[in-house]
Design a protein around this ligand. Sequence first.
Ligand code: MG
Length: 272
Amino acid sequence: MKFLSFSIDSSEENEADGCETGFGFLDSNGETVREIYSYPYDGAAIEETGRTFSLDSVTLLAPVEPSKVVAIGLNFKAHAAEFDKELPKEPMLFLKPSTSVIGPGGSIVYPSHMSYRVDYEAELGVVIGRRTHEVSVEEAADHILGYTCVNDVTARDLQGRDVQYTRAKSFDTFAPIGPWIETELDPTDVLIESYLNGEVRQSTSSSDMVFNVFELVSFVSHVMTLLPGDVIATGTPSGIGKMKPGNTIEVRIAGIGSLVNTVVARPEGADV
Ligand code: MG
């Protein structure tokens, strides 16, 4: 199933329910959104509201509002090699704040007041489905709701200058997520790609990960409790590169779909 979050133009709605945003899943026809009251976190049943919308008529939002995005550094062998880094002996974690999250079609704002080098990083995102604390690798699958596309946007110059990754990874709009959460996916061998202005830049299977999805969920859960809707960005393959205002960047993952965003300049006069 594909779970998604959306907004609708309320002027087209009977105001009886008055709801402008909602959750839903994509019907098997691939064209109809069937609204639900909430995601089936903690194994809850899926309850439909009875309303349906055509996919064309809704605006997709980030499919989750995570309390945190836990990101993994250097988790692809060829990516570690392109930075001339040794493979990590255990997962390398950092956080992206909830305020960096944007949805499909949202704009990545280039932080030109601080950075001159902003990169895309296509990543497989794991969406947590239930409270997850100190679970084993074998238990991890039961704690995953599904998978989505993430762009771990990075101010590469600041990453090099700061000891911590926080500033480089945390600007508002630096965590595009979407277009939806796919629950039917074997994450061990899926193609992860990025396209800059339509040209392929990254294209590697998740089988190149140093630590797989289940190992990561288990490892992170022994550091911090993961909550429903939290996202783990599982690391990017080789081929990262820079973006500029006006560029379109797409993260495409086989079996999930495409997350497309544009890069825009900061508003005139916003620079300090
Ligand atoms: Mg990354």
